[in-house]
Design a protein around this ligand. Sequence first.
Ligand code: SF4
Ligand code: FES
Length: 227
Amino acid sequence: MATVKQAEASQARWTVWLRIQRDGRRFSEHHVVVPANSYVIDAIERVFALPGERLLWRHACHHASCGSCGLRINGVEKLPCITPLADYDLRKPLVLMPLSHLPRVGDLVVDFAPFFARMQAVGMPLLRQDETAPPEAGLQRFESCIECGLCVSACPAMRNPRFLGPAALAAAERLLEEPRGADVETVLRTVDHPDGIWACRSAHQCTAVCPMGVDPAGAIMRLRQRL
Ligand code: SF4
Ligand code: FES
């Protein structure tokens, strides 16, 4: 049976002040109420549910699996589904902005086509070539990377639009370990390029923000040593 304290705690509410970047420079402001100890995604959902609100944002799994909810919270790349509101001073606004270095679709949504194009450029198969089962049969994930794009957004070298970027280079290193049909020499030639591993500025921001511990910066340094 729940104690009185537990019952009181379960009824506690927090008010969250959100400042959300909409199209371009415009921000909308919202004060929403959520259960205590909620996550940032819960506050965004409250805004989404407001009558007449047309906030564009993307999410699915709510547990750091789909990689779709990434954005910048107070300037730092995060997955709001695993970011506790308790990490912030809620007397101040949480400023939500879309990821950087990917084309903006609207509000908090960016277009991931360039991200996946980079993955394919290094030869990382997004599905196994022999995969014939329909998605509902259950596709396996082969990497720790959830393709959330946080590393790409945080990387200062991504101002060069030709840079392959941290996620693709980490995928390339993974392919060299386990080629899965990829031609190792082709992968090496692709990454050994001024817009490949040599465009990295060793800022290590990719590794700092990666929610899955992929360590793209470490992968890039290992590729450099190998080459
Ligand atoms: S390497 Fe990490 S931050 Fe980059 S896309 Fe994969 S999971 Fe996200
Ligand atoms: S909702 Fe799937 S990773 Fe956040």
